[in-house]
Design a protein. Structure first.
Length: 84
């Protein structure tokens, strides 16, 4: 069972690279966050990285609001998995 407390701690400390998404089982979103972070880091010196970081920060802030629902959805997905 996933908890909101753990999800928020991961979101706050490592959320910018998507660790909270991996914890909740949303691996493709996690890879998306990680990809944006890598792309932003690789192109920051050229000024393009600011665009990638901007998208990442917006997604990260949206997660601050939607995280309880994401935890609920992750727990529902786990429950379905174990019912089979």
């Amino acid at each position: 069972m996933k908890t909101k407390k753990t999800a928020y701690i991961l979101w706050l400390l490592l959320g910018i690279i998507g660790i909270h998404k991996f914890y909740l089982g949303f691996k493709w979103w996690g890879f998306g966050y990680l990809g944006l972070f890598i792309a932003g880091s690789a192109t920051f010196a050229f000024g393009i990285g600011v665009f990638f970081y901007g998208i990442l920060v917006i997604l990260w802030l949206v997660d601050a609001i939607t995280l309880p629902g994401q935890v609920r959805k992750a727990n529902e997905n786990l429950a379905k998995l174990f019912r089979k």
